[in-house]
Design a protein around this ligand. Structure first.
Ligand code: HEM
Ligand SMILES: *[C@@H]1O[C@H](CO)[C@@H](O)[C@H](O)[C@H]1NC(C)=O
Ligand SMILES: *[C@@H]1O[C@H](CO)[C@@H](O)[C@H](O)[C@H]1NC(C)=O
Length: 322
């Protein structure tokens, strides 16, 4: 074979390799584990069901864990990593420290999955499924979860601080933080409906109930002060949606219309700005909320996933593989 044809075959192989790699790199797909782990969805669902039955709030905590994973360098299970000698992880970033929950439950689900499908399913995909199951188990809408994410080998505390929205954020800041993930203001408002479940610590809403006379119902503010003193009690909890904090519905948007949003960032969605119309629609129609929430959850789950040969299937969700 002449050197020119050797070169020709080398070029063809290279092109093929690039094309194969990019097709493996393609979209996430709901059937990713259909052959390799057909019981996956049942295992995750059963473990979540048991856990939510014992403590409904854990569903909220898992949903938030997924959000905090996806917003920091994509849905790659970076949020689950412990600190290492080479990087500071995300667990102690300001929005996460003393706040984020669900790590032990993630370990349990991962263990149950590993028992049936060894070294097959990524922690990032398990988290995406567990978040969907949380919503469903608490009475919210269901959706099909695209799968095929790999797990990252690194994490970043500073990226978590820079990318996760604080409760003090105003509407413009919220919109721009979500826009940086290619999520629209409408996606942001629908996704904030996740605050229909779960709790917040006094430290996240103190300044709102003591200092924001105009945008808060006075009776509501006073009632929250009982368990959130002006000094101390930082970790005392209040439901984000006072109406039904263990039930996933559109009640959150009704509280916003009554100036009873708990966080400053919540009330920003209904305070005379561009999102008022969406809040009104979602408060009126649980169906419209469910539709937009589900669509936005799928979009959020698609933020910069590692696929194909990128990343790894972690053996333990807290540690990169050796
Ligand atoms: C729009 C910007 C957002 C801000 C500023 C924000 C902020 C917060 C804060 C401050 C808390 C209370 C944390 C604590 O006190 O420990 C919280 C809780 C929560 N957040 Fe958000 N959040 C936002 C969007 C989202 C999104 C997009 C989701 C999910 C799709 C979400 C899901 C939750 C859930 C479920 C809880 C309750 C967690 C639990 O009870 O363990 N949040 N959020
Ligand atoms: C957002 O979209 C742009 C343009 O398609 C792309 O370059 C960028 O990577 C996307 N960002 C994220 C976080 O998905
Ligand atoms: C504030 O909330 C209370 C209790 O829900 C309600 O009775 C009252 O009318 C509200 N006040 C205003 C000014 O909307």
């Amino acid at each position: 074979m002449g050197s020119s044809s050797t070169c020709f075959f080398a070029a063809i192989s290279l092109i093929c390799l690039l094309m194969c790699a990019s097709s493996i790199n393609a979209q996430l797909t709901p059937t990713f584990y259909a052959k390799s782990c057909p019981k996956l969805l049942n295992i995750v669902r059963a473990t979540m069901a048991k856990s939510v039955a014992k403590e409904p709030r854990i569903g909220a905590s898992i949903l938030r864990l997924f959000f905090h994973d996806c917003f920091v360098n994509g849905c790659d299970a970076s949020v689950l990593l412990e600190d290492t000698p080479t990087f500071k992880g995300e667990k102690n970033a300001y929005p996460n420290q003393n706040s984020l929950r669900g790590f032990k439950l993630m370990d349990i689900i991962k263990r149950n999955v590993e028992a049936i499908c060894k070294a097959t399913v990524s922690c990032s995909d398990i988290l995406a499924l567990a978040a969907r199951d949380s919503v469903v188990l608490l009475g919210g809408p269901s959706w099909t979860v695209p799968l095929g994410r790999k797990d990252t080998r690194t994490a970043s505390e500073s990226a978590a601080n820079a990318n996760l929205p604080p409760a003090t954020a105003n509407l413009a800041t919220l919109i721009s933080l979500f826009a940086s993930k290619n999520l629209t203001a409408r996606d942001m408002t629908a996704l904030s409906g996740a605050h229909t479940i779960g709790m917040a610590r006094c430290t996240t809403f103190r300044s709102r109930i003591y200092n924001e006379a105009n945008s808060i119902n006075a009776t509501f503010a006073t009632s929250k002060m009982a368990n959130c003193p002006s000094v101390g009690g930082d970790n005392n909890l209040a439901p984000l949606d006072m109406s039904t904090s263990n039930h996933f519905d559109n009640g959150y948007f009704k509280t916003l219309m009554a100036k009873q949003g708990l966080l400053h960032s919540d009330q920003e969605l209904f305070n005379g700005g561009s999102q008022d119309a969406w809040v009104r629609l979602y408060a009126k129609s649980n169906y419209a909320f469910a539709q937009d929430f589900v669509a936005a959850m799928v979009k959020m789950g698609n933020i910069s996933p590692l696929t194909g040969f990128n990343g790894e299937i972690r053996k333990h969700c807290r540690f990169v593989n050796q």
